[in-house]
Design a protein around this ligand. Structure first.
Ligand SMILES: *[C@@H]1O[C@H](CO)[C@@H](O)[C@H](O)[C@H]1NC(C)=O
Ligand SMILES: *[C@@H]1O[C@H](CO)[C@@H](O)[C@H](O)[C@H]1NC(C)=O
Ligand SMILES: *[C@@H]1O[C@H](CO)[C@@H](O)[C@H](O)[C@H]1NC(C)=O
Ligand SMILES: *[C@@H]1O[C@H](CO)[C@@H](O)[C@H](O)[C@H]1NC(C)=O
Ligand SMILES: *[C@@H]1O[C@H](CO)[C@@H](O)[C@H](O)[C@H]1NC(C)=O
Ligand SMILES: *[C@@H]1O[C@H](CO)[C@@H](O)[C@H](O)[C@H]1NC(C)=O
Length: 311
């Protein structure tokens, strides 16, 4: 058989390389694995075999290790709550949870910079590459979505967030809208919480996007034409927009809300996310997730990443 001939040739070649023929394929694998052979390593294997999933890690800084735990499950979107204090952005759920060392730079910007440096080796093989690789080895063109939930005053905090992103920006790692063209890169940063709409609309170029209100995409009082160049994402509080607990059947009016909001987003090319979905009982949580996915929701908002990644 052709395949087994190829396999035998390959094993023979490796045996020649290592100067030792082994009895079985399993022996050969054990031998090579213990040999620390450079043939088994390559530069970009940080997230080897991890499939990215449309899961949003709500309050990501609460995971065992911020950012990295989410990446280990293939979670495609993470959220950091940031607080401006004395010129520095701290990350945490509430003021009492803040510490001097847990900053936006130390928990998110610097780790991302290190990961992306590893995913983008500069050598003779990569000189022609124009678009940086993202964090996913299995899908290098898929950006990681970073939600920045500004907790302090939006207009006052935004300039500090933009400044904190500079190390990623200067490496070309941020998805950017400039001169009418949206260029996707390794990280797409989306402002939520108190992130201020008008200053974000005014950014040119724009590499900090706006989490649009999913229930108000066509509301003229917002004085805004939402599109993907401003808002790759639109979100709403599930509790007030739908409210189905996941116990008993969903009502027609509740389902009509879900599909209307999702269709409004999709007609603008925007992805839809519902946050504040029930976390318990587990069956109810899963039934709500299933309903939202069936109706076309793009991101699963999750606190339990392991459960969501196996959903
Ligand atoms: C494996 O090889 C690499 C690169 O040559 C080297 O840096 C590392 O120390 C080696 N590890 C072991 C356990 O021999
Ligand atoms: C505010 O930041 C400055 C400069 O980083 C520092 O010298 C000062 O001690 C800080 N003040 C407080 C109250 O943290
Ligand atoms: C904060 O980080 C500095 C520098 O890495 C370290 O020396 C210090 O011990 C840390 N403080 C705390 C409370 O972890
Ligand atoms: C890069 O592009 C040049 C010019 O087209 C080509 O000669 C070279 O082989 C390419 N290098 C790689 C690693 O693909
Ligand atoms: C509407 O948006 C335009 C352009 O961004 C701005 O100049 C104007 O002040 C806005 N009006 C209101 C009522 O927000
Ligand atoms: C539908 O959404 C609107 C706007 O968020 C909300 O006021 C209304 O209560 C929702 N209806 C249901 C049945 O949840």
């Amino acid at each position: 058989m052709v395949l087994s001939t190829v396999l035998k040739t390959a094993i023979l070649a490796l045996a020649i390389v290592y100067g030792e023929a082994k009895a079985t394929v399993d022996d050969q694998i054990v031998f090579l694995e213990s040999s620390n052979s450079s043939l088994l390593r390559y530069p970009t294997q940080f997230t080897q075999n991890i499939v990215p999933k449309s899961i949003h890690s709500h309050n990501d800084y609460w995971r065992d290790v911020p950012l990295l735990t989410a990446l280990s499950y293939g979670v495609g979107s993470v959220e950091a709550d940031v607080w401006l204090d004395n010129g520095t952005l701290f990350v945490g759920h509430e003021p009492a949870a803040l510490t001097p060392n847990r900053t936006f730079a130390s928990l998110y910007v610097q780790p991302l910079l290190a990961i992306l440096a590893g995913q983008n080796p500069r050598n003779a093989f990569t000189t022609n590459q124009t678009t940086p690789n993202g964090v996913w080895d299995t899908s290098s063109g898929t950006p990681l979505q970073l939600l920045v939930d500004i907790k302090t005053d939006g207009a006052a905090t935004l300039p500090f967030v933009l400044k904190a992103l500079e190390p990623l920006r200067s490496e070309g790692y941020l998805t950017t809208y400039a001169n009418g063209i949206l260029t996707t890169s390794a990280v797409t940063v989306v402002g939520t919480g108190n992130s201020p709409l008008e200053p974000i609309k005014a950014l040119e170029p724009r590499d900090y996007f706006y989490d649009a209100p999913l229930t108000q995409l066509t509301d003229p009082s917002l004085n805004t034409t939402f599109d993907v160049n401003l808002s790759p994402l639109a979100s709403t509080d599930y509790e007030t927009a739908v409210g189905w607990t996941g116990i008993g059947g969903i009502s027609d009016a509740q389902r009509a809300n879900v599909t209307k909001f999702i269709n409004d987003a999709h007609s603008l090319g925007i992805k839809a996310r519902f946050w504040d979905t029930p976390g318990w009982p587990i069956q109810a949580r899963n039934d709500v997730w299933q309903e939202l996915l069936n109706d076309g929701a793009d991101w699963l908002n999750a606190d339990d990443l392991e459960a969501a990644s196996q959903f």
